[in-house]
Ligand binder design. Sequence first.
Ligand code: ADP
Length: 356
Amino acid sequence: MAQLNLQHLDKIYDNKVQAVFDFNMDVADGELIVLVGPSGCGKSTTLRMVAGLEDISNGHLLLDGKDITQAPAKDRDMAMVFQNYALYGHMTIYENMAFSLTLRKENPNVIHKKVLAAAEILGLTSQLNKKPSQLSGGQRQRVAMGRSIVRNPKVFLFDEPLSNLDAKLRGATRREILLLHKRLKATMLYVTHDQTEALTLADRIVCMSMGHVQQIGTPLELYDTPANLFVAGFIGLPPMNFYDVRFEDGMLKGKGFTVPLTDEEKFTLSGYNGKEITLGVRPEDVTAGGGIQTKVFSNENLGMNTLVHGYMGDNLRVTAKLRGWTDYRNGDVVSLQFGRKHFFDKETTNAIRKEQ
Ligand code: ADP
């Protein structure tokens, strides 16, 4: 069992910089939570407060109901995996993985069993006699994970564990972490700036900006019903298209273009008649056909899809992710239409939802 309660956590550094504001979340046993956001948004600080590597300025941290706000890192029963693997170069892989248990003076037979079991899980059995310098980056990252697994911690904490790996290895190691999570059924907190990692790994995502939690939810919730403009722009690749529009005469009027609305969409916007709002449309929800004349300036074939970039209305950028292979040339004019639309209040930047 490893339940975590992060209760109204603030972090104010000595230089008076407040890095985290009122972080509030309950993590269920066995959940894989990904903290995501741009550099400097406070995600590592949050993780380090949980690990006990940074003091908690305000709020409480509970592990299985026990208040550990003041507990030193070594007593928290958590293991942290960093992006720089921090392996000992003069030790073998076996010795690296055994290190923390050797320090604790565990029984050598127990240590041996644990190291072999972790190596088996991570596919490192044949590498145990090597030195870290003889392994690839991906293998070294697995050794770093192995070091955590042997300790059998209540909570695993990952701080950007994949950011030193190249794109292909990142994908492979990401899948390994997912398998590891399934196998160990451990509670995990994982920090990344990469929205793809967040979407593919998380049971639930916490999206942060400037020290504030913007939304907590499943990957699908954040993708499909982003709470505000920030989350809408951060989750999804290529990013969502945004336009200033006015809701008038049952349609959206933008600069040099209009967008028809379904009855349901009109209903959602019923409180905004005559008002300016922000319209968001994901590139994958822009399709060919319809009345939005677009002048193409780039056609990028990705195999299954093509990214078509163009200008619509009064010189407004639009990106469409069209199915299949298209061969538009610069200057071609295509008609586009918007499918699923997202609406945001201009003042609060919050999503406009249907009145219940
Ligand atoms: P992230 O992990 O999202 O990139 P961090 O948690 O590392 O962000 O940093 C959040 C904010 O706190 C940043 O503005 C950063 O400059 C500041 N910060 C981080 N560590 C310290 C520190 N030791 N002292 C003062 N400010 C810090």
